[in-house]
Design a protein around this ligand. Structure first.
Ligand code: ATP
Ligand code: MG
Length: 225
């Protein structure tokens, strides 16, 4: 049994899309895949199917019920803010130790591969003293860094990579996910990142017509995990 942490260079970069697309890829291979989105902000209880955990449950082929949401995304907050701020809006807080315990129990219970989607970018705060980076380090999981191809993405990606490496968290792969309406070429961006990310496979994923559409980059990523 193994688990992989899906993180990103920022919010809205494609972590959920890539996680769900990987779920579809593994299910096509007959694998018994599981997924978590432990901390979800911007969660609208009136439209759970549009939320990150809702999208992951759909990819898994599971019904989007209250119980299922509680199982894969116990920390859900309404405000579309960083998790610490979103929790505070509700008079709540994310207990870091409880979050780690939850993840460890899910990792131990997983039958095959478990994908854990983080939240925001690598250094988004979870509480007053911990960031996502602390979370990845504490559960010591290999990661996939999802990046974009917009103008500026190379610097954001290499900055995120430097932060991970500073904690000895070399990502298993960097997935450059094509940004919408970007004037920068996807393959050129991926090649540039690869030049500065020695030793890490860098894959390029174009915009896909559907989250369930197969693509060689997803097949390659699935092979690497
Ligand atoms: N390769 C792609 N092809 C088509 N649409 C994509 C692709 N990647 C991302 N999207 C779309 O872009 C939007 C943002 O992606 P996504 O929600 O996966 O980002 P995220 O990193 O998970 O954001 P958050 O920080 O909120 O968790 C979504 O509407 C998603 O469906
Ligand atoms: Mg997401």
């Amino acid at each position: 049994v193994s688990a992989i942490f899906i993180t990103g260079s920022g919010t809205d970069i494609g972590k959920t899309f890539v996680t769900a697309a990987l779920i579809h890829e593994y299910r096509r291979r007959g694998r018994s895949i599981a997924a978590l989105k432990p901390v979800a902000s911007g969660f609208d209880p009136a439209a759970p199917e549009a939320s990150d955990p809702g999208i992951l449950l759909s990819a898994l082929g599971d019904a989007i019920t209250r119980e299922a949401l509680d199982q894969i995304a116990p920390w859900r907050f309404r405000a579309p803010l960083s998790p610490d701020m979103a929790a505070a809006r509700e008079g709540a807080a994310i207990d870091f130790a409880t979050l780690l315990q939850f993840c460890r129990e899910c990792i131990a219970a997983a039958r095959d591969l478990l994908l854990i989607e983080g939240v925001g970018g690598v250094m988004v705060p979870l509480d007053p003293t911990h960031t996502v980076l602390d979370w990845i380090a504490a559960i010591s999981l290999p990661s996939v860094l999802v990046a974009g191809s917009y103008l500026g993405a190379v610097s954001h990606t290499l900055t995120a990579l430097a932060a991970l490496r500073q904690r000895d968290l070399q990502p298993r792969a960097i997935l450059v996910n094509e940004s919408p309406d970007s004037g920068v070429a996807l393959d050129e961006t991926a090649a540039t990142i690869a030049r500065f990310a020695a030793g890490i496979p860098v894959l390029a994923l174009p915009r896909l017509p559907s989250i369930a559409a197969p693509h060689p980059a997803l097949q390659h990523l699935a092979d690497l995990l």
